[in-house]
Design a binder for this molecule. Sequence first.
Ligand code: C2E
Ligand code: CA
Ligand code: CA
Length: 924
Amino acid sequence: MAPSQNRSGNSVISIVDDPVESAQRILEQLDQLLCEAMLVAPGETPQATVAMPTELLTNLRQAVAEREQTLASMRERFEAMMRAQADAIVYSAEIIDELERTKQSLGEARQAAEQAAEETQRLADTVFERTHDGVLVFADRACVACNDNALELLQVTRDKIIGNWPESLSVARHPDGTSAGGDIRRRFESADLANPVLFEVQLPERSGSWFWAEITFSAFGMNGIDHVLAVVRDITSRKEFEVELQRHRDFLNNIINAVPDQLSVTAADRSLVLANDAYCAAHNVTLNELVGSQPAEFLNADLRQEVERIESELLATGLCQTSEQALIRPDGTRAMLSVKRSVFAGAQGDRYIVSTSRDITENRKREDRLRLLASVFNGASEGVAIIAADGRICEANPAFMDMVGDHSSEVINYPLHRVIRFEQPNVTEIFELVANGTTWTGKANVKLGDTRDRHFWVSLSPTMDCQEQSARVIALVSDITELEDAQAQLISQALYDNLTGLPNRRCFRERLETLIEDNNPPEQGITVCFLDLDDFKHVNDSSGHAAGDRLLEAVGRRIKSTMGSEAFVARFGGDEFAMILTASQHQPPHLNAVLESLLSEFRRPFDLGDSEAVVGLSIGVTHWPDQAQDVGSLMCNADIAMYSAKSAGKNRIGHFSPEMENSVNTRHQVQTKLRRALKGGQIALCYQPKVCATTGRIVSCEALARWKTPDGTVISPAEFVPIAEQTGLILPLGELVFRQAALQAVEWEKSGQRTTIAINVSPNQLRHLGFISQLQAFIDEMQVKPEWFELEITEYAMMEDVEHAMSVVERLADMGFSIAIDDFGTGYSSLSYLKHFRIHTLKIDMSFVRDVTHDPRSVAVIRSIASLGQGLGLNVVAEGVETAEQAKLLADIGCNVLQGYYIGRPMFPDQFTAWQNDHVAASL
Ligand code: C2E
Ligand code: CA
Ligand code: CA
């Protein structure tokens, strides 16, 4: 393009569309202009000679350079624009393609949507018409559409319902009969899009009855208007099913709760699904609290492990398991449960464990009790048997079997009275008595083979068998054989003489009493004889006690054999025997010849083993009923007669005669006087000291009675004590002596000079049953202590009735008295008895002491008594010490205490105190 000329003639650079081209063109024009200016052809270098204003040229060049720069950047922009334009064109083409595709798919979608809408409409119509529910559409509280079912359910025609609120819903009711119309209306109003409402009411039926309906209201919008869709469903059969189901469930629940055992069901994960009332009560929780919990939480760690093990095994094997487990009840008590577990599969195949727990605590206790009772029954040392109403043995314990000696089952079912022999002959009576509710006790026995009879004490008590409602009898059987034997032995000891086995004095008296009673009025007389050996003491002294014992035994045998079995022969003690003769050949006139033959029999020596002895016999005879009527008088007569025989020269027969009674009368007079003396204060006590054999210190004193008659004479106890013994006055005498001794002890205690007082106890006192209680009464009354006294009991009194004496001595010792055996060595005591007596002192009889200095045998006796005493830890007292020689010898032999005239005579209290003071002073 050539530069055009403008109206002013100046060349104008025209700008074409293409900026590059136009820029190019501008450059060319500029160049041309420049050349024209410098008079050179374009492209030629101007001549320096050309006169060209330099400044202009420079400016032009600068302008050209700037123009070139602008041009370059314009070209760049242009090229970028061109590239963008090309991209835009490509992008536009892609968009157009996309649009085309979208248009196409939109068309397809509309078509599909239209089709779907059509199908939905068809489906809705189908559902609407074919559904079993009644479906209604409401707009503005009026029905605008409904299906046929709705008409049917609501008992209405279409033209009546459209545009209206269904009448049926207005009259609907609740199950309790109250109207539900208002309620339905409220629920209708409350329905919205988010919260459809569902409820159950009863709607009327054509028949007049009601059916259960479930109504759902859900709101929706259509064409900008709020609509409510109502679905009415007849749920009568479901309701009936539910009721039936509930009934079943209740029934099952009732059954489960009626089970007294604890019942629970746990799922395989061990969470609890179901439990009955018993279970809840046992754990003190409600079912709601329990369901879903882990019952194992109730258990302690050990038990939990055990239960888990059992349940795992159960799930693995499916086998029913029974175990026992302890439970701590809510109240803290311990219970024992028997738990049965089984497994079952639910509808979905999931498995459950059913556990039933039974509280067996009481059972356990009952079992334990039964076991205990059984062990008592089996282990009892007494025989126990249960007897049926017909008297047969139903059960018997081992002790019973032992007792009757039959361990075979044959005892069972055998009548009791055939197994043991009742002492009462009428067994039927016994059982009748027991059947009437009375307990019977009595004796029975059994004969076991060759052995002795066994004796039983049997108690039969009625009992009721609770289960069989029949009466039974419990028989308790104690073996009393040993007891019976012991009793028999005691009786024998009480009535028989130990040494000879002959009846003793008591037995003799009883026999005589019975005979007199039985033979009264007398058919024939009874002869009573007292027999006393002459010079027996001599045998005893010369040959020793053992020989004396053998002699006495032999005498007993000889009297019996001579007199025959019809004579009742007794030994009274010492060398005294007695006979009761009842046989006619023993009565006068034969009597004398019989007794003479007895005397002649005694002339034969008695064999004593290593020696022989001859003793004479003095016999006193009296006769009942002509000489005396009562036992006492008879014995007194016989005694008098015997003494008369003795005084007449021994070894003879003395027949009682009234003259002899004179001496008795004398005794009677003494007795009367003594009674008066006791009352009149004529009896006083004097005291004889006993001293330690080594130190000479006074250890005690013996109280000895003295009778001071009004005329001033003093009578020795050797005279009046035997009479007091015979007449029974010894008891008041003993009482008096103890009283006086006690007063003396109190007085001495007060003066600070108390000495133990020994008091003599006579055989009669010892025998007296009230002796101990009387002593106790004195102790209490006189305010003295038993420890202040020593009681001297003669060996003879001790041996007369050993058992009795032993028990009295035991009780006296228990009370605190010291006990001494007086006149020891004279009796016939078997020394073996000695250790059984609770005694403290042995007083050697003075006959030994008297001879001690000249008779080696007395020394031997004293020595053996002293060593025996030492062995038994007893004091050994020598009494009757009259000389210094005796005193020394006795002390050397081993006597620890000495008593006798050499030490001090018996003295009245004043003298005794004076003596005591002198003695103490002398020994100082
Ligand atoms: P006994 O119990 O053996 O008392 C010892 C007797 O020997 C006393 O005679 C006493 O005075 C006497 N005696 C003491 N030392 C000697 C001595 O060195 N040589 C000799 N030859 N004799 C001595 P007593 O007092 O005549 O008593 C005789 C028996 O009378 C007593 O013998 C005792 O059995 C009994 N008796 C005395 N007082 C009572 C009493 O209060 N109650 C009872 N039941 N009997 C009494
Ligand atoms: Ca004495
Ligand atoms: Ca004595």
